[in-house]
Each structure stands twice: as C-alpha cells, then as structure tokens.
Design a protein around this ligand. Structure first.
Ligand code: SER
Length: 338
C-alpha cells in the first residue's frame, strides 16, 4: 500500500486528486481538511481526518496515526482571499506549511524513509511590474520575476524555498541521514478550470465563473478586462501532472520547482468559448475590480514549461478547445442537468 496524505482535501484540486488516486486500489488516501469534505470525496478517500494545519497538535496526531509515503500539501488561502485577510493567509500558508514540512521531515528521519512532498505553487509566485513588461516577458521561466505583489504569492515563494531547505539543508550542521530528508517536488499551477467544482477566493476564478454562469443561464459581470491574459489548464491535467511528478524518477529531476500550463487565453476568448458551449447569456466588462485586475496584470501571460516536459515528461492532454468541448462541456451538462 502507498499511504498518501492530502491537506486541504476539501478544495478544488483535492476533489479531483482524491477521485484519481482512488482509482488505484494500492493507494490508502488520508484526506484531511479543516472543514467537511464533499460527500463524493469522503466516500472515495480511505479515511477522513479533520485537521487544522496551523495547530501543531492537530498535525502531530495525524502523523502519529500514519506513516506516509507521499504528501500532497494543498491547503492554502488563495490570492483574493489572502488580500481580504492577509494575517490569516500568512498563518495558514506559512505556519501551516511549516507544520506539515516539519512533521514530514521528522517522520522521515524516524522511519528512515524519504517522504515525497508534493507542493502546488502558483503563477501567483510571479510579480511583473507593468503590462508593458508582461507583454515583453511572454513565457516566463521559473527563475524570472520572483517578486509577487500578493500575500498569497509571497507565501508560495516562501514555501517553495522552505521545502527546498527541508529537503536539502535542514539541520545542516548536524550529521542526520540526509538521504531520509523529504523529497520535495513542486509545480507552479496556472489558473485551473474544473467542471466539478467552483473556485472561491482566487483571482483566476473569472475563467471558471464565466463557464459555469453561462451553463446556468446567468449573465456574468467580469471583474477583469476582456484583454486580460494568464495561463490556464484543465483541472484533470493539473492533477495528473502532480501525480506524474510524484511518480517521476528522482534522478531525472534537475530542479525542484516546475512550471506547468495548458494554454493561455484572453478573458474574452474564455467568454467566447463559454457562449459557444452554452449560448444565450451575456458577459460584460463594465464592472472591473481594479485590485483583482492589478493582481492578474502582475501575473505572466504565459509560462515556459519546457523543464517539466524534458525532465518528467509533462504534457497537458487538453488544449484550449478540447478543454472546453471534451472536458468541461459533458461534465458541466451533467452537473446542471442540461
Ligand atoms: N487560482 C489561484 C488564485 O487565483 C492562483 O494560483 O489565487
């Protein structure tokens, strides 16, 4: 059996990740979350434990109960939510991450095993100073523009670095067995589009909201301009990406943080697809939220994911059109009984 811990299992990524991991009967999936899971996730996971990642005792008791092979640390307050409650975002995204990284490191040293630690970071880890520069930058590499403007972005960069520290330099003056430190692996996700769940508290949320609103025959007032451009991908490609990264041969990984992406549409192109699939509603752009717009403008218009392709064979299965027509459409129709 492979024992897998998921934190933040009640979120959008957790929903699809649990569904995919449950297909392998050799996986024992311990889903943890502060709040209840959706009923489907509760059924598909091997065990649900209520855990508050900011509470060390709560984390310690989960690690006392199980020895983990792999951890997917998903719990996080997203970019818009993080600007509403920056102190909470700081607490959950940094103290929470420290608690999970520490517990995994200690457990690995104790049971003499390097635990795989998969961390989804984000396009929010980037900070591009203005639109002119954004256009010029095009597809950015992992090494560029590492000065995000949001609390969420800063906590992502911090946790990326902390994960690298715990996997390489933890207690560097002592003679602990460094082979049993955590095996930290990280992707930077673009915006994600899921047919099964709706995002909340993110800034790339307009992508999903346009499609789900049109499907529900509701007009949608976009909070970003029509020409806003950031990368997106199908949720299933994002989840298969982190599963694939968790299974990759460590020797093939030349870096710890990898960009992955699917396609890079303008908001108006997402709106056009939403209307094509679900005609009859309007998407308007006369109620822009300047703060959220500023966040999107600070994120790259595309990501260079060539290291992920080269090192561990990442390739998104769904391009822009297939994501809408083959992935979102059938499942959204089922969801809303269309
Ligand atoms: N979807 C996230 C957000 O918008 C980005 O990682 O906050």
């Amino acid at each position: 059996m492979t024992t897998i811990l998921i934190t933040g299992a009640g979120g959008e990524v957790g929903y699809t990740l649990i569904h995919e991991l449950a297909k392998n009967k050799d996986n024992y999936v311990v889903a943890t979350s502060l709040h209840d899971l959706p009923p489907e996730s509760e059924k598909e996971s091997s065990e649900f434990i209520q855990m508050d990642i900011t509470d060390k005792d709560s984390v310690t008791s989960v690690f006392a109960k199980h020895e983990f092979d792999t951890i997917f640390h998903l719990a996080s307050i997203l970019s818009t939510g993080g600007e509403k409650t920056p102190e909470l975002a700081l607490d959950v995204n940094t103290i929470g991450s420290i608690n999970i990284l520490e517990a995994a490191t200690k457990q690995g040293l104790e049971i003499k095993k390097s635990i795989k630690f998969i961390f989804p970071s984000s396009i929010a880890a980037y900070g591009i100073p203005n639109l002119e520069e954004k256009k010029k930058a095009g597809k950015v590499t992992e090494k560029e523009y590492g000065h995000p403007i949001t609390m969420y972005g800063m906590t992502k960069i911090f946790t990326e670095n902390l994960g690298i520290y715990f996997s390489e330099n933890y207690q560097m003056l002592s003679d602990i067995d460094r082979d049993n430190l955590i095996d930290f692996r990280c992707v930077r996700f673009p915006g994600l589009l899921s047919p099964d769940t709706l995002p909340s508290g993110g800034t790339s949320d307009y992508g999903s909201e346009m499609v789900h609103s049109a499907a529900q025959k509701r007009d949608y007032a976009s909070f970003v301009r029509a020409d806003s451009k950031i990368p997106f991908m199908a949720m299933i490609d994002a989840v298969m990406g982190i599963i694939k990264l968790s299974e990759a041969d460590k020797k093939s990984l030349s870096q710890k943080v990898y960009n992955i992406r699917g396609f890079s549409p303008r908001a108006s192109e997402i709106a056009d697809e939403a209307h094509k699939l679900f005609p009859g509603t309007k998407i308007t752009y006369d109620n822009i939220n300047e703060i959220r717009q500023g966040i999107v403008d600070s994120w790259p218009e595309d990501l260079d994911d060539s290291p992920a392709q080269k090192d561990w064979g990442f390739k998104a299965k769904y391009d822009f059109e297939r994501t809408f027509e083959k992935y979102l459409l059938p499942k959204i129709k089922e969801r809303y009984g269309i």
